[in-house]
Design a binder for this molecule. Structure first.
Ligand code: PLP
Length: 389
């Protein structure tokens, strides 16, 4: 590790554990914890903690506790939503099954759709986005048909932070077909009101993006959606997700999400102001740098996605890492991968520009000093690396 203090601007990849989550997890661990399916006192205690966590998450999402499925994270939630919906439709009849997603979905949705489409009866269509990464609702509507069983559009993008007009999208879907709508709200949860997901039939969340533990997630599923499980076994989570539940993790997730909701508005304003300050400093000092998402687009307050012409992203990230600045090339899950981002490609960002694309993502723990330090070090690093192409 570098000797300098770390300047952590990679909250979209994972965020530090909130004290509220740590306290809830410690409290859960402080007594006997059995398997929540059992009947003795230790099992009863575990069940009570799990159900309290479920009630809290359900309340925050304004859904019934029975809608809440605890999973191992955002990836599993997305996979369960996609595979579970498609498998149910395939089992019902021999008819063709359609899946529509936005072109900028996280790989947890995208690859689950690709896997589902390996069945000859399943057709998967990716809906284009504009230069800001916003879904083209007209094109989405054109892709819908009576065979469409699932539409997946994330609430906010993990790379660019672009927010989708989810309510309008859901209205457009409802006007044309009976498809279930999945929204991946993993990135949006720290900053956007969860009411924004209320029109969707399924909502994916991940604890570690809101200051909870890694390895816990939620899929909220409306009663109208019949999911075929991906994991088979003891029938936990009303048969939708077998496996002994992570009671401590669920308690941590509920506490983190609760704390995020309480401070959401204030955090969004404060973090947004810091992000704007970082953008201002970098764009002033680096005249060829451009914000990837055009002005006027609704973007999450913690995200700053820049294209730095003449700079190789991987080299820049290494230099920054040596100086204690933690940033990312975009998709955290593909970090280190040299493949071009499908998100930037679908926004029409040329490959040469995409090569110099970096994501700085701020979180509730970011302070003004982080932004000042990062700005100075990024400018220095870019000057040392820039090659005029
Ligand atoms: N969906 C989005 C939008 C994400 O950003 C991520 C993680 O980066 C995931 C899903 C996967 O979540 P998890 O890391 O909990 O599997």
């Amino acid at each position: 590790l570098p000797e300098a203090p770390l300047t952590y601007l990679d909250h979209a990849a994972t965020s530090p554990l909130r004290p509220e989550a740590a306290a809830a997890m410690a409290a859960a661990r402080a007594g006997p914890l059995g398997n929540p399916t059992g009947s003795h006192p230790a099992a009863q205690r575990a069940r009570r903690i799990l159900e309290e966590a479920r009630d809290e998450v359900a309340g925050l999402l304004d859904r019934a506790p029975s809608d809440i499925v605890f999973t191992s994270g955002g990836t599993e939630s997305d996979n369960l939503a996609v595979a579970g919906t498609v498998r149910t439709a395939l089992a019902r009849s021999d008819a063709a099954v359609g899946v529509v997603s936005s072109a900028v979905e996280h790989p947890a949705v995208r690859e689950a759709c690709r896997a589902a489409a390996r069945d000859d009866r399943v057709t998967w269509v990716e809906t284009p986005v504009d230069g800001a990464g916003v879904v083209d609702i007209g094109a989405l509507a054109d892709g819908l048909g009576t065979s469409t069983v699932l539409v997946a559009v994330m609430l906010a993008n993990n790379e660019t932070g672009t927010v989708q007009p989810l309510e309008k999208i859901v209205d457009s879907v409802r006007a044309r077909c009976d498809a279930a709508v999945l929204t991946d709200a993993v990135q949006a949860a720290p900053f956007l009101p969860l009411e924004m997901t209320s029109a969707a039939d399924m909502v994916s969340l991940s604890a570690h993006k809101v200051g909870g533990p890694v390895g816990v997630g939620v899929l909220a599923v409306s009663a109208s959606v019949e999911l075929t499980p991906v994991l088979w076994g003891g029938g936990q989570e009303r048969t939708r997700r077998s496996g002994t539940q992570d009671v401590v993790g669920a308690a941590g997730m509920a506490a983190a999400l609760g704390a995020a909701c309480v401070e959401r508005e204030a955090a969004a304003a404060r973090v947004g102001a810091l992000r704007d300050r970082l953008a201002h400093s970098l764009l002033r000092a680096l005249p060829t740098a451009v914000r990837t998402v055009p002005a006027g687009t609704e973007v999450l307050p913690g995200h700053l996605h820049l294209c730095l012409p003449g700079v190789d992203r991987e080299e820049l990230l290494v230099v920054l890492a040596e100086r204690g600045v933690c940033a990312s090339g975009g998709s955290s899950c593909a970090s280190g991968a040299l493949e071009p981002s499908h998100v930037l490609a679908s926004m029409g960002v040329e490959e040469t520009r995409a090569r110099g694309a970096v994501r700085f993502s701020l979180g509730p723990a970011t302070v003004a000093g982080d932004v000042e330090r990062a700005a100075a070090l990024v400018v220095e690093a870019v000057a040392s690396l820039r090659r005029d192409l």
